[in-house]
Write a protein that binds this ligand. Structure first.
Ligand SMILES: [Zn+2]
Length: 349
């Protein structure tokens, strides 16, 4: 990845820099800051998770929550097993990579958060930040789940949870865009007359197809007195897909509508960037087939009507990335390793 170095951050003590010592494992921490949960995963040099901690993402005090989760994950490896050499933080919103700041995160704290510098000071190792979906896309490009995907150079990761965004890799390079907001497809218009969105606009993809939107649709159906098994328990996005899978027509119609919105977003991404693969991950994906089938059904319908779509958006273009593979935390670790590599003194002329 080509990025500028982490200028503007506090200096890192030389003793904490990665050394040539082969005996000690060099751990990196990958932090996945989500709209709902924040996970810290400790990875060894072979990218295997060896420690994991998770906290609820607080409305205020995100930095302290990240540091607490990081320390808890670190405490899970025996003292002397190795040492931490760097931290990567993957978060939603506009990320100031060079300054280590999170900005413009609709689902996080208001304002600007200089998180990398604060975590770097607390943990004593270099810390790097990147957009969550972009970090996950970087990891999926480097370590795709299917071996056939290694030949692919144009891929995206579509993150669907509390919010929706995409990380796009073109010719093997993650695309950041002039303002660092490339891939914020959650705020592309899906329905101009739709519900208001956290960004201030109306009818964004996120406002009609992210987890909270699905939940809201389910609740609205219950409140309107529609006959649905959703009335039997707490209405969550997962409950909507579970009811849809069980044959509940009200839930199924919500799932179908959400699937059509996501399918159109996938079509737009693939057509605009000539993608070979769109990986879909995030909290909503946990609902499995009940979530994916309506998307595939809509894409299939489009293929049946259009030879252009049959060729440009072929069957199999979507792959689900299960949540338990921690794609964003893995991506954050990729960012940390890349950042550390850039800090090393160059050898020779
Ligand atoms: Zn929006």
């Amino acid at each position: 990845m080509s990025q500028s170095s982490a200028t503007g951050l506090p200096p890192v003590a030389a003793s904490n820099r990665l050394t040539a010592s082969a005996a000690m494992t060099a751990f990196v921490l990958g932090i996945d800051v989500g709209g709902t949960k924040t996970a810290a995963v400790l990875f060894d040099e072979a990218d295997r998770p060896v420690g994991r901690a998770q906290v609820v993402t607080p409305r205020r005090g995100l930095t302290d929550a990240v540091i607490d989760a990081a320390r808890e994950a670190l405490a899970q490896v025996p003292v002397g097993a190795g040492r931490l050499v760097g931290v990567g933080i993957a978060a939603p919103g506009q990320i100031d990579v060079a300054g280590g700041r999170i900005r413009q995160a609709v689902n996080l704290e208001e304002g600007e958060l200089p998180i990398a510098g604060m975590v770097q000071t607390a943990l004593g190792v270099p810390c790097f930040v990147e957009h969550d979906a972009r970090a996950a896309a970087a990891w999926l490009f480097e370590s795709p789940p299917d071996k056939d995907d290694y030949r692919m150079t144009h891929i995206a990761y579509l993150s669907m949870g509390t919010g929706i965004s995409a990380g796009i890799v073109l010719d093997g390079v993650p695309v950041r865009g002039a303002a660092g907001l490339a891939g914020e497809i959650g705020h592309v218009s899906a329905d101009p007359n739709g519900p208001s969105c956290g960004c201030g606009l109306r009818g964004c993809l996120e406002a009609v197809a992210a987890g909270p939107a699905i939940e809201r649709r389910g609740r609205a159906a219950v409140e309107a007195g529609q006959t649905t098994m959703l009335a039997d328990g707490p209405v969550t996005a997962e409950a909507v897909f579970r009811a849809a899978a069980a044959g509940d027509p009200v839930a199924a119609s919500i799932a179908t509508e959400v699937g059509a919105h996501v399918a159109r977003a996938v079509r737009a991404l693939v057509l605009m960037f000539g993608l070979e693969r769109v990986y879909i991950g995030g909290g909503v994906v946990a609902s499995g087939d009940a979530f994916i089938e309506p998307i595939e059904r809509e894409l299939e319908r489009e293929r049946a009507s259009s030879s252009l779509i049959r060729h440009a958006v072929p069957a199999g273009v979507i792959r689900v990335v299960p949540g338990d593979t921690d794609p964003v935390a893995h991506g954050a670790a990729v960012i940390a390793r890349a950042g550390i590599a850039r800090m090393r003194p160059r050898m020779g002329p």
